[in-house]
Design a protein around this ligand. Structure first.
Ligand code: 5GP
Ligand code: ZN
Length: 118
């Protein structure tokens, strides 16, 4: 079982509104905010509101959560007028190529403008 709030975790602080980060969506289960170093014009992070560790900690039980994360990503994109899902990339960075342990889904668009913009 994962801790609900990890004192050392930056994303726990963000969802707990301790960092002043604008939350584009917040509910009991999932939260969305913009990536601080966008790698595309649209770059959102969708995270579980309660601390869940990285991809390697996931099991079958997490499938509904992941589905909701992807759906929220699509919803946020739609609100920002991105409707062509062929132009979107969703993904997790696989440990150890991942700097924040709190599970986070990257949502990027448009794919044609991906790169390191910052
Ligand atoms: P990863 O762990 O998947 O490689 O990347 C973590 C992502 O979180 C990076 O894209 C980074 O820019 C983003 N990030 C790290 N710290 C913060 C923060 O304090 N605020 C926001 N909005 N994004 C962050
Ligand atoms: Zn956390």
């Amino acid at each position: 079982a994962s801790a609900e709030y990890d004192k050392k975790c930056i994303f726990c602080k963000i969802v707990n509104k301790e960092m002043g980060t604008e939350l584009l969506h917040y509910d009991e289960e999932i939260t969305c905010f913009k990536d601080i170093r966008p790698a595309a014009p649209h770059h959102y992070l969708v995270v579980p509101t309660k601390h869940v560790g990285n991809c390697k900690s996931l099991s079958k039980d997490h499938v509904p959560l992941i589905k909701r994360m992807v759906d929220l990503g699509k919803e946020i994109l739609e609100k920002n007028n991105i409707t062509d899902l062929g132009d979107v990339r969703f993904g997790f960075h696989w440990p150890p190529f991942c700097s924040v342990t709190h599970l986070h889904l990257h949502v990027l668009a448009p794919v044609t403008q991906m790169g390191f913009l910052s």
